[in-house]
Design a protein around this ligand. Sequence first.
Ligand SMILES: [Ca+2]
Ligand SMILES: [Ca+2]
Length: 327
Amino acid sequence: MERNLRKLIVVIYMTLISLLYIQIISLTMAQGTLEITLYTNKPEYFLGDTLNIYGYVYNNGSLVSDALVGLEVDDPTNHELILRTLQIGVAPTNQEIEIISAYPSDQWGKPKDSFKRGEFAYFNITVRNNNDTEAKNFLITLTAFDSAQGIIDSSWVRLTLNPLCKVSVIIPIYILEKAATGKAIVYANTFNELPKNGGTPLSIEKSTTFTITSSSSSYATSSGTISSTPGLYYTTFKVPLYQPIGTYTIYATCKYANQVTAAQKTVIFKVPDLNNDNKVNVLDLIIVSRDIGWEGPPGGIISDLNKDGKVNILDIILVARSLGWEA
Ligand SMILES: [Ca+2]
Ligand SMILES: [Ca+2]
């Protein structure tokens, strides 16, 4: 009797376990698997080089055609240099937070389209919480690039917005003395958290132009970077000579079908300081000139800066571009 009871208990237990197992399996299948990949065109760059970042988003092994990817690039001191939302295909319809408008302004929010180097540029960003029941705590971020596609900086503020409420915020960005003059661009975004902390975009990116100069001009507002290739997100920029050398960290995140996925990667930014004296000057130029005509395995000697197996004018140009750099 006792044995039969024990048997029964075992059978019930096993049944419960298998039921639970089936439940877990069906849950996993319903949720699917979200995956993001992250690539760069090279592992190492010289300051001033063009950096391409790209990757793909898959759900259940298929490329998605309607997603927002959060992208963050941090400099060697872990300061957020780039905060962007890259759009794959059609925009998701349910934007939790919506960027209504973004334009350059003075510190009081009045439209202003040109700023001098070495001063703050301000941007007037209006956002709305589209959720009709929940207050939202989120970040508004800005990232500015100069006319040479060089990254200037990013900045962000955190705020809480009640359901269906709208607010305008004025956010400054310091325009470095060495930023290129001409038509610059700033990208406005919202995130629930910084991508490096697992945050994902809450809205479609808005961009606005402004001018770095002393003369006036006009600005225009448009959307950010949209990829029409299924699953693909991408962006291109330069790290100018005035940014620090060292290891930069790239973070990419995506929220899709109620799942979140993240990837990260590091790249190195360096300068052609061949004699390691923390300066790029004529001494480095002399080292490369001395090796002109050399051919061998890619990067076989330090003068083959672009690692194409030859020392020629291209390597000279790399040094020439960085002349005057000091650590
Ligand atoms: Ca040097
Ligand atoms: Ca070379």
